[in-house]
Design a protein around this ligand. Structure first.
Ligand SMILES: Cc1cc2nc3c(=O)[nH]c(=O)nc-3n(C[C@H](O)[C@H](O)[C@H](O)COP(=O)(O)OP(=O)(O)OC[C@H]3O[C@@H](n4cnc5c(N)ncnc54)[C@H](O)[C@@H]3O)c2cc1C
Ligand code: SF4
Length: 466
């Protein structure tokens, strides 16, 4: 260990942009056995590992699995990294590590942080490829838990309950499981086979998965509380926000999720004619977060003639990950900063005119961010065939929730006790984006795990007392 002076930090190899744009495949090639060992061997094994204690929302045992893989013990590294995390190979791919574990790494101070995310993804990929399996005990208890929503929060809750031998039935309204891992985050960031492989593990562990079952429409929430000993609600937050400007109801102005979902459906089934085709069209995406980056990079691959991003602040203040921003630039996306839209209308040449104004950043507001100020007399037109709105998400109401005692806030987000994941109604637990608002996969995973631990404690205690 501690070979951080002679050995440089390495990122997984990235395909050249010309290669990447040919399809929707992942752009990174994760480490082989030799590379993963060499990179893990750079770790200094800090006494107080900030990567774990401050950086990782799951408090993963990072130094321990780095040491195990550096010692050539793939099986130990695999088991350790799957101990605290419900899907390390997914999080290693899509966590914004620069803000989390790698940003907290002691070596991120001139030497180059340990490439924790890439090592994490590679360990589980290599272990699965070598035929290694995770231990699940099978159903050992009479109790059962209903999980509503198969996104990262639901998957994580199910994973930890199954590992404790508790039966889990998962209800998902979509035709495939995975939530935004399947129908949001594009394949070039997370290959869909990786999500499918995790569901195979969960099903083998005893998960009963009910697809195309919308709770509140096909089955009442009340029925689940009657049939199960506990219910976990992880329905996410995918209702796109509008810009609230004139002309945004135009048919060529579409919501980010509608575009990404239609494209992914078509990739699953090439006969499915996607509602939205951007081929040879001029596409403008409004927004500066990760969803905007994903729409831009999808449109480039989807054959758009020109793809631009409009963002009302500057590059430094973009909320999205810097890594994905640079990937978008490499792939040919144009960025227009300090621009705010005020109206969308159709022009004579059949193109849309997005009337925009220039902005500047002013005083800091209460949330610590500088306020956006419009610069007068700067209105001008940016033309587009298709405009995609990527401006954030709200929670869609869950039918029947108002007939329970589950408290929600003014935005419709489910309120829970942050230490236990319990809602204000006995037996009902929650977590993920429907509690936090649009957030990160790793935080949804941490919420699902916390709720599972509370459910286990409550149910198994009940058993002891009966
Ligand atoms: C385009 C995009 C890119 C992103 N990229 C990243 C990234 O790179 N890294 C990162 O960390 N995060 C990223 N995120 C955020 C991340 O995907 C979410 O924070 C995470 O998926 C939240 O997990 P969840 O389980 O709470 O909700 P979701 O993933 O939204 O899953 C909720 C599930 O519940 C189902 N559901 C809803 N209502 C019902 C009902 N009534 N009955 C049955 N099922 C129901 C939904 O169909 C869905 O499958 C991205 C988000 C988007 C939109
Ligand atoms: S889960 Fe995310 S933050 Fe935690 S170690 Fe993995 S990549 Fe880092």
């Amino acid at each position: 260990m501690q070979n951080y002076i002679d050995r440089q930090r390495q990122e997984p190899e990235k395909l050249e942009p010309t290669q990447r744009l040919k399809n929707f495949d992942e752009i990174y090639q994760f480490f082989n056995n030799r590379q993963v060992r060499k990179q893990a061997d750079r770790c200094v094994q800090c006494g107080d590992p900030f990567c774990t204690t401050i950086g990782c929302p799951l408090q993963n045992h990072i130094p321990q699995w780095l040491e195990a893989i550096a010692d050539r013990d793939l099986e130990r590294a695999f088991k350790l990294s799957n101990e605290s995390s419900p899907f390390p190979e997914i999080l290693g791919r899509i966590c914004p590590q620069g803000h989390l574990c790698e940003g907290a790494c002691t070596l991120d101070d001139g030497f180059g942080a340990i490439s924790i995310g890439a090592i994490e993804a590679s360990i589980t990929d290599l272990a699965f490829a070598a035929g290694m399996q995770l231990p699940f005990p099978g159903n050992r208890h009479p109790q059962s838990v209903a999980v509503v929503g198969s996104g990262p929060a639901g998957m994580s809750c199910a994973h930890f309950l199954l590992r404790a031998g508790i039966q889990v039935e998962m209800y998902e309204q979509a035709d495939r499981p995975g939530g935004l891992l399947t129908y949001g985050i594009p394949g070039f960031k997370l290959d869909k086979s990786i999500v499918e492989r995790r569901f195979k593990v969960l099903r083998q562990a005893g998960l009963k998965l009910h697809l195309q079952q919308s709770i509140g429409r096909d089955i009442e929430l009340k029925t689940l509380t009657e049939q199960h000993d506990a219910v976990f609600i992880g329905i996410g937050a995918t209702q796109g926000r509008k810009a609230n400007i004139k002309g945004e109801d135009h048919p060529e102005v579409i919501m980010a999720m509608d575009y990404l979902t239609a494209k992914q459906r078509q990739l699953f089934n090439p006969d499915d004619t996607a509602d939205v085709s951007v081929r040879e069209k001029k596409v403008v995406v409004i927004g500066g977060g990760d969803t905007a980056m994903d729409c831009l990079r999808t449109a480039v691959r989807d054959g758009a003639s020109q793809v631009s991003c409009l963002y009302r602040r500057d590059e430094v203040n973009m909320p999205g990950s810097a890594k994905e921003f640079h990937n978008a630039i490499e792939e040919g996306v144009d960025f227009c900063f300090n621009i705010s839209p005020r109206e969308i209308r159709r022009e004579q040449d059949n193109l849309l005119c997005i009337e925009v104004e220039k902005t500047q950043l002013g005083e800091k507001a209460e949330d610590g961010r500088q306020q956006v100020e419009i610069i007068p007399d700067t209105a001008h037109c940016i033309s587009a065939d298709i405009v995609i709105l990527a401006l954030g998400f709200d929670v869609a109401p869950l039918n029947g929730l108002d007939q329970t005692e589950v408290a929600t806030d003014k935005w419709g987000q489910i309120q829970i006790d942050p230490n236990s994941g319990m809602t204000s109604q006995a037996k009902i637990y929650s977590g993920g984006d429907c509690y936090r608002g649009a957030d990160l996969v790793v935080n949804a995973a941490a919420d699902g795990r916390r709720a599972a631990l509370t459910i286990m404690r409550n149910l198994l205690q009940d058993t002891k007392h009966t």
